[in-house]
Every structure is written in C-alpha cells, then in structure tokens.
Design a protein around this ligand. Structure first.
Ligand SMILES: NC(=O)c1ccc[n+]([C@@H]2O[C@H](COP(=O)([O-])OP(=O)(O)OC[C@H]3O[C@@H](n4cnc5c(N)ncnc54)[C@H](O)[C@@H]3O)[C@@H](O)[C@H]2O)c1
Length: 516
C-alpha cells in the first residue's frame, strides 16, 4: 500500500476553526492533565513537575511524574523483557499495531492539536501539522519496516545462497525535544518499534503531556507495556539512559550541546557491555537563505518571513540568516522591515497569530540577549500581550562576521541579514558554519540553482520556497556536519539505524540443494 501524507485541516473554513475551539474548550476544562511515569505499565516517579502555558505561565497544563535515574534503570529492564515479546512478532503484526496507533491519533487530532496550543504555544496551523506529521511517521515506518523485513537482494552464484536480513538491535532510548512535542517523539519511537526494538521514551520537560498521549495511543493499539515505557523528567534521566549498558540505540533530537554530550557518553563501552551503542543525533542549526539579485522579491519576502518567524523561529529548520546579493539588498531590507513591523504577535489560540510566545523564560532571556547585541532594523510594532514569554520579532542587518548573532543558534524570532557580493560568497559563508541543517535559495537562474545545490552542505535545501515544513516521505529531514549524524527522519534510510544487518551464506552444494 503506498504512503500518502495525512491531509492538514482546512483552517480557512469557519466550521473547522470552530471544531478546534470546541476541542480547546474541552481540553481547558480537563487541565491540568496528569502524566504518570510509566515503567512497564507500572506508575513510578519521585514527586512531580509541571508544564505550563508559555502564553500564560501561571496556568498549569500538565502535572507529570518526575522520573528518576532508578526509573530509567527499571524501564530498561522492562524493555529487555518487552523486547523478547515484541521482536518475536512478525513485521506485519508490528506494522498493524503502529497503524492502529495512527488511527487513534487521527481520531483525537483536534484534542492533540489543542494540547500543543496550550503546552507549547504552537499556533493552530503548526499544531495541526505536527499531529499530521506524527500520524505520517507511524504510517510511513510501518510500511517501511515490512519492506525492510524482506531483506536485500544479493548476488547469487551456483552452490551458494546469500541472504541479507535486518534484525532489531534491542533497547532504544528515545530522547526528544519540545518543539515538535508529538511528531518528533512519535517519529523516533515509531521507528524503533517498527524495526522490532523496545523503546523507553524520555520527552522534553516542557512537553510531557503530548508524549503521554502518544504512549497512551501506542499502548492502546497493542504495543506491550514492557516494550514501551514513558519517563517524563529532566536531562538527568536522559543521561542515565545514555549511560545504561543495556541500551543499544539512542535516538536523540535536540540541541547540539546535548547531542554532542550524548555522542561522547555513549562511546563508552564499560566492562560487561557486549555491544557498541548506535546513536542517532539530530541537532541544532543556523539556517541561511540565499537571495540572488534576480530573485522574485514578491515571493522571497513572505516565504522568508514565515520561515524565520513562524512558531517564533522555534523550528529547527527556521531561517536565522539571509545572505542577499548586494544589488537586491536595500530593496529586500526595506520590504522585510515592513513585513516584520506588522507581524501579528499574539496568543497561540488566536487564528490570526503569526508569532506566538517562546517556550519559556530562559528562551525569552536568550533571545533578548542576542537581540541586544545588534541595533534593530525593524521590530514588530504590535504591542506584546501583557502575559507570556513574548519576544518582539526583530530584524537586524550588516553585523560583523564574528557576531554571535550570525554564528550561534538563537532559536527565536530574530533574523539577521548580511549582504554578499555574489552567490558564491554566500556559499562560502554557509560552508564556514559548523551547522548544516536546512538552507534556502531564491534565484531565477537554473545554472545558479545547480551551482548552489552542488556547493552547500546542508541536509535539506529548499529552492524558491520557504525552508520549513518538511513532509514525511517527500522531504526526508535531517542535518549534516554538527547538525546531525542521522540518516533523515521520514526517509527510506531512517529505519536502518535501528537494525543490524545479518548476512547468511549457505553452501547449498554440500547438501545437494539446487539453487533456483
Ligand atoms: N535536527 C533536528 O531535526 C531537530 C529537530 C527539532 C529540534 N532540534 C533542536 O532541538 C533544540 C531545541 O530542543 P530542546 O530545547 O528540547 O533541546 P535540548 O537539547 O535542551 O533537550 C532535548 C532533550 O534532551 C534532554 N537532555 C538534556 N540534557 C541531557 C543530557 N545530558 N543527556 C541526555 N538527555 C538530555 C532534555 O531533557 C530533552 O528531553 C534546538 O537546538 C533545535 O535546533 C533539532
């Protein structure tokens, strides 16, 4: 059965918007949600912590059990048991369970989008897109696992039979960020499970409720409780999973600092650990959009503005820099400045909101710290709401090359424009960055498109369009260099990271079996 992306909601239709507001009303009446630590189906945890609404920090969205390092150890032990049962099932059987989980998410999509609006201040279109992406991951990896299970065709010669099959690795620790609170934990967990591993999910401390809903859907669909544990909590729980010698795969998505630390820690092979850990580490970026002299600015301005300021610049793929040909620079700056001034900053539950608050106080302070390093060329002129972690969307330009604003990931609504003499100079700038996640190019010259495509090292390059919104199966997603060492989520190579290849060569002559 071929894969198709889950269609997003048509938010321009009033009844659709009303149905989302109804779902939000129902959710609000249930808050705060209770998200337990689940270790092999048993509740654990030592105390609780809260996730709050970034637009109303006094309002508690979830009260989550706070997993401890001993919960992490117990979850890995449960996963070892769960692995025996789950890995013994056929790929088709496991795929059916994942697709049943997708059906549950589909049924609950309005409520799950509403949850992201509250817990992560994701505006409606992005919240709906996130739920669709989660469904896509389940459907895509379910299909892919069946294909992978058939193995690969090898060269055969008379008297010999060669087979190459893939076996699950064992226990996967999944450590997720908050900015795609359902889709990213879902993608990594679904891949681990589809390939026959058991999983222990450690969601981000900012978004335990979305992860709780995911685990509930997977358990209800038939994933054995031992094969999937949930550890809401802080970084120390993730670190305990990374250290655990019984963990085989670590699937991490998050900041570069944490990803690199995980890579270092997981390289240890203490006495008694009979394997080397496989690490999938998808990390941060500093994403640049090149605008050539012949670019159509009518297209560039809205696409760049959305890429930079949509979800307050908190997508890993978001545009952080524009490298514009000097011939187009003044016009582009004037037009970008105009667009930034009128950006609608507001609460995530308003359909008109373009820029919601950032996730937490620490993020607001970080964005403001970077913004203070440069004189703003333009800021949104709408008054910021009184309550919530709002940062005014800001445009800066012409900073010195060594400015931290140009070189470090800020992860907020701050866009920096730099003039370049030509597109090759823009490629040099990108090449000099340690990050290589996404990038963009606006040009009307096919030869330029070809040259830039060949030169820039980013994992995902978007030409003449915005640089966010990768779709499962259509734009397999992930960075290169210090932005990641995985092989692209939502793509045909992703599952390979969760399995080990096994080749069997049989001498068929000896037994007198003819090779067909
Ligand atoms: N490349 C991608 O595909 C991608 C996608 C989404 C987000 N991101 C990146 O994620 C970051 C934002 O997410 P974040 O703030 O949640 O990231 P983060 O690195 O702070 O946290 C990610 C997860 O790691 C856990 N963690 C923290 N310290 C740990 C440790 N020492 N050992 C193990 N786990 C630990 C956290 O609790 C959380 O669950 C940005 O840098 C963004 O670019 C990248």
């Amino acid at each position: 059965m071929s894969f198709r992306n889950e269609p997003v909601l048509e938010l321009r239709r009033a009844p659709v918007r009303e149905s989302l507001l109804d779902a939000l009303g129902t959710l609000d009446a249930r808050l705060p949600m209770d998200v337990p630590v689940l270790v092999g189906g048993e509740a654990g945890g030592d105390g609780t912590f809260e996730s709050t609404d970034p637009g109303a920090p006094g309002s508690v969205v979830a009260v989550a059990g706070r997993a401890t390092e001993s919960d992490a150890a117990a979850a890995v032990e449960a996963a070892q048991r769960g692995f025996r049962d789950w890995s013994a099932r056929s790929a088709a059987e496991r795929a059916k369970v994942l697709r049943d989980a997708a059906a549950i998410l589909r049924e609950r999509r309005l409520e799950l989008a509403a949850l992201q609006v509250r817990e992560c201040a994701k505006p409606w279109p992005e919240a709906d897109g996130d739920v669709c992406e989660a469904i896509d991951f389940l459907e895509y990896y379910a299909r892919d696992a069946i294909e992978l299970d058939a193995g690969r065709a090898l060269v055969q010669v008379p008297g010999e039979r060669n087979t190459m099959r893939y076996a699950p690795r064992g226990v996967a620790a999944v450590i997720a960020p908050w900015n795609f609170p359902l889709a990213i934990p879902c993608g990594m967990t679904a891949a681990a499970l589809a390939a026959g591993n058991a999983a222990v999910l450690k969601p981000a401390e900012q978004s335990p409720a979305s992860a709780g809903a995911l685990v509930e859907a997977l358990h209800s669909a038939g994933v054995p409780r031992d094969a999937l544990s949930l550890l809401p909590g802080y970084g120390e729980v993730g670190a305990a999973l990374v250290r655990d010698p019984r963990v085989h795969v670590i699937a991490f998505t998050g900041s570069s600092a944490v990803g690199l630390e995980i890579l270092r820690a997981s390289a240890e092979t203490p006495e008694g650990q009979g394997h080397v850990k496989r690490v999938v580490s998808e990390m941060g970026g500093k994403n640049c959009v090149i605008v050539d002299a012949d670019a159509d600015l009518d297209e560039v301005v809205p696409e760049v503005v959305y890429s930079a300021f949509g979800y307050a610049g908190q997508k890993c793929s978001a545009a952080a820099r524009v490298l514009v040909h000097e011939a187009a620079a003044d016009t582009l700056l004037e037009r970008l400045a105009g667009a930034v001034r009128v950006l609608d900053v507001g609460q995530a539950d308003r359909f008109a909101t373009e820029v919601p608050p950032v996730i937490e106080q620490e993020a607001k302070e970080r964005v403001e710290r970077y913004a203070a390093m440069a004189a703003p060329l333009a800021r949104s002129e709408r008054p910021l709401p009184d309550e919530g972690w709002f940062c005014a969307p800001t445009l800066v330009a012409d900073l010195p090359d060594d400015s931290p604003v140009l070189n470090e990931e800020i992860f907020g609504p701050l866009l920096a424009v730099t003039r370049v003499r030509h597109v090759d100079e823009a490629c040099d700038v990108i090449d000099a960055l340690p990050f290589a996640l996404t990038g963009g190019l606006f040009s009307r010259t096919p030869a330029t498109v070809e040259r830039v495509t060949a030169r820039v090292p980013v994992g995902n390059l978007y030409v003449n369009r915005g640089i966010t919104g990768a779709m499962v199966g259509r734009q397999p997603f992930g960075g290169n260099r210090r932005s990641g060492i995985g092989s692209k989520a939502g793509g045909p190579d992703y599952l390979l990271q969760f399995v080990e290849p096994r080749v069997v060569t049989e001498n068929t002559m000896r037994h007198g079996i003819p090779v067909e």
